[in-house]
Design a protein around this ligand. Structure first.
Ligand code: KG4
Ligand code: ZN
Length: 357
């Protein structure tokens, strides 16, 4: 081992994740129990159901992580846990679990901001993956998930300056809502990107909310426009206006999915690249579930490369919620001397960085 080995716990939303990460970078195990199938029938997360599923899965997930890494608690140097933002009931399951482990095995307990975890997923190395350079500072990080969408500037580790973010809905939320409109089920993001890839026509243009020179974004108007455009497509196909009745032909769904995705990607990519240019960034880091989107990844990677900016996008499984990202951020917090006591509580609305006053 070249550095501390952290056991890290993530349970802020609908994935139960436990990982073992060495020195903030090397993954030894990263086990995620997803509740996607559980929440699909309701088309979204029911908090009570999510919290109970975390309780059900957290011990088996720990057992599998320890077995995969081939370690015992004696080898572990600390326990990191997400304490916010997220669903209170879900967070509390992970927090109490981590507290118990830390207390019983006399290990330091390290509180981690979930959003900081999404940023630090960019530092992770898979088991057996060749060493690669860490993202260079200064950098711009774009976090795009189901609950958050924002850009920060980082001049050093753990140092964030808020550049802009959504003034209404998160990008992932828009993907999920439009996925439902198109009859694609939950979660909408992966389904929309699959459908969009099949599009052969690209004529239906969705609006873009540019919001001037700011680094803010807005997706609520796009959602309303999507409702109107989908209703028009249903009328064109002589289908009932009720979106639950009769489905649109697949090529039309693909074209609409493409048009919506193109609007989101266009705005996010343009703002991210402009932010990077403005702060003189040497690197761009993407994180959060929507960063798993192939079109967004390709667009930002291409534009960054053309400008000689290093681009770091974790593989899709590390963009969505997982325990390893909490271990990566937790390791830096451990080094910085951050510790929590047994009074650690859930912070459902914890921010990473705030807009300047
Ligand atoms: O980061 P995450 O796993 O959970 C939160 O912290 O919110 O992000 C989940 C979000 C969901 O809205 C999901 O639809 C979206 O990420 N997502 C995607 C893709 N994969 C997941 N959105 C677009 N394209 C994808 N491939
Ligand atoms: Zn997340």
């Amino acid at each position: 081992m070249s550095g501390p080995l952290l056991l890290s716990v993530e349970s802020s939303c609908d994935e139960t994740g436990i990982a073992l990460v060495e020195d903030g970078r090397r993954i030894h195990a990263n086990v995620v129990a997803s509740q996607v199938a559980l929440h699909a029938p309701t088309g979204g997360i029911v908090p009570e159901v999510a919290a109970r599923a975390h309780l059900r899965w957290i011990v088996p997930v720990l057992d599998e992580a320890m077995a995969t890494a081939g370690v015992t608690m004696a080898d572990v140097d600390g326990v990191a846990v997400t304490y916010g933002p997220g669903l209170a009931g879900s967070l509390l399951v992970g927090i109490n679990f981590a507290k118990t482990l830390a207390w019983a095995h006399r290990k330091p307990l390290i509180p981690v901001n979930h959003l900081e975890g999404h940023v630090y997923a960019g530092w992770l190395l898979d088991p057996g993956e060749a060493e690669r350079e860490a993202p260079p500072f200064p950098l711009v990080a774009l976090v795009v998930s189901g609950g958050h969408t924002f850009l920060v500037e980082m001049r050093d580790h753990l140092d964030y300056r808020y550049l802009g973010g959504t003034i209404d809905d998160a990008a992932g939320e828009a993907f999920d809502k439009v996925g439902r409109l198109l009859g694609l089920g939950y979660p909408g993001g992966p389904a929309i990107s699959r459908e969009a890839a099949k599009a052969t026509a690209h004529d239906r243009v969705f609006p873009r909310a540019w919001l001037g020179d700011s680094f803010n974004v807005s997706f609520s108007g796009l959602k309303t426009a999507a409702r109107r455009i989908v209703a028009q497509a249903r009328a064109d196909e002589r289908l009932p206006a009720d979106e639950r009745e009769g489905s649109l032909p697949e090529p039309v769904v693909a074209e609409l999915a493409w048009g919506f995705q193109d609007s989101v990607v266009d705005v996010l990519a343009a703002k991210t690249i402009r932010a990077a240019e403005e702060v003189g960034a040497r690197g761009i880091v993407l994180g959060g579930g929507v960063a798993a989107n192939g079109a967004l990844r390709a667009r930002i990677a291409g534009e960054a490369e053309a400008r000689g900016i290093a681009m770091v996008i974790p593989r899709p499984g590390l963009c969505t919620d997982n325990g390893a990202m909490i271990g990566a951020a937790g390791s830096l917090r451990l080094k910085a001397g951050v510790r929590a006591g047994l009074e650690l509580d859930a912070r459902p609305s914890l921010p990473l960085a705030r807009p300047a006053a």
